[in-house]
Write a protein that binds this ligand. Structure first.
Ligand code: SF4
Ligand code: SF4
Length: 338
């Protein structure tokens, strides 16, 4: 086999997945020796028109990170699908929607109003907001269209494999790339690579006993006892509802799992699984008491669907477009008071 033709792309994401590739450290030299990187906007100067000129299936493997929220993201998803033999949804945003998909709680106007109008630090008296075209003396400037709904890569194009994580653990990324470089057989299409069939709880070394929760804490509100399961101490941990593979890296740093590796094998909706796990450990019988305990969970959607809202059964909230700005205003007013 000749050198692997590799492409990497960054759609709606924070850049952490590109950093995860750089975190291969000295292995990046092995990657450079085994692969020609044909396209990687964050690192090499290859234009979209160069990719458009490739024959179909010219790229062997494309690691596509980031969710699909704009017409540019969507165009690149279709383009890289047609130019790649293997298209991999790389990282939580591409796999599940990730943090960008929490914007599915509102719509485009809600996001724009939040960013350009209502945030406390915004000074925008003319309410200037992004447009897809604007005329200037030199001609017409264009921007991609910003969509109401953030989608996963697989909700946009056909995807061959998924590598989960925010960001994927570099050792897992290398294991997958090395496997491909060595020409070893790949699992059936649709498989999750670089992860395990277990949950984060299964990989977590903390001691687990019976969980009975009467009070929930946010991580900054408590110094947890070492060696003891964080959830048993009232710190909401997504370990029971999250696919393993990261070797419980957050828990090893004394932070709860946030769920970035997505639902475990066989689970369709990670948030529902997480909610069910939390509901089962609440130690109360009276509805009022249960209600009091549940109300301690700040930001339930951001807690239970932090990475997986676009991928969930809900995908987004139902919202009449004209209501969005007012709801966003109210939410931001509340947030500004906190
Ligand atoms: S709930 Fe969290 S802290 Fe507890 S065992 Fe599972 S992963 Fe570890
Ligand atoms: S512990 Fe949870 S949030 Fe942290 S890297 Fe692993 S799956 Fe992601």
């Amino acid at each position: 086999m000749g050198k692997l033709k590799l492409a990497l792309y960054w759609a709606a994401s924070c850049g952490g997945c590109d950093m995860a590739i750089l975190e291969l450290y000295e292995k990046i030299l092995d990657l450079a020796a085994a692969a020609d990187i044909l396209f990687w906007p964050v690192a090499i100067d290859v234009k979209y028109k160069d990719v458009e000129a490739f024959p179909d299936k010219h790229i062997d493997v494309c690691l596509f990170n980031g969710a699909v929220r704009t017409s540019e993201n969507e165009h690149m998803a279709h383009l890289l699908r047609s130019k790649s033999k293997i298209l991999v949804a790389y990282g939580a945003c591409s796999h599940l929607g990730g943090i960008p998909a929490l914007a599915n709680m509102t719509n485009k106007q809600g996001v724009f109003d939040c960013v350009y109008k209502y945030t406390a630090s915004t000074d925008n008296p003319n309410n200037v907001q992004p447009k897809t075209t604007v005329k200037v003396d030199e001609g017409t400037l264009t921007l991609p269209e910003f969509y109401d709904t953030v989608k996963t890569l697989a909700q946009t194009v056909d995807v061959d494999y998924f590598i989960p994580g925010c960001s994927p653990v570099p050792e897992q990324t290398w294991a997958v790339l090395e496997h491909i470089i060595q020409g070893k057989p790949l699992p059936p299409k649709g498989a999750v690579l670089g992860a395990t069939q277990k949950t984060v709880c299964d990989e977590c070394k903390l001691e687990k006993e019976e969980k009975k929760i009467t009070k929930f804490y946010r991580p900054f509100e408590i110094i947890p006892e070492p060696k003891k399961c964080l959830l048993e101490q009232g710190i909401i941990c997504a370990g029971p509802a999250t696919r393993g593979g990261c070797d419980a890296r957050c828990i090893r740093a004394n932070m709860p799992c946030r769920g970035c590796y997505g639902p475990p094998e066989g689970v369709m909706d990670q948030g529902a699984k997480f909610l069910s796990a939390i509901a089962s450990v609440i130690d109360a019988k009276e509805p009022e008491e249960i209600d009091r305990i549940i109300k301690q969970i700040v930001d339930p959607i951001g807690t239970f669907y932090r990475f997986s809202l676009a991928h969930s059964l809900m995908k987004r909230t139902r919202m009449a477009e004209e209501k969005a700005p007012e709801e966003t205003k109210q939410r931001n007013t509340v947030a500004a008071r906190r």
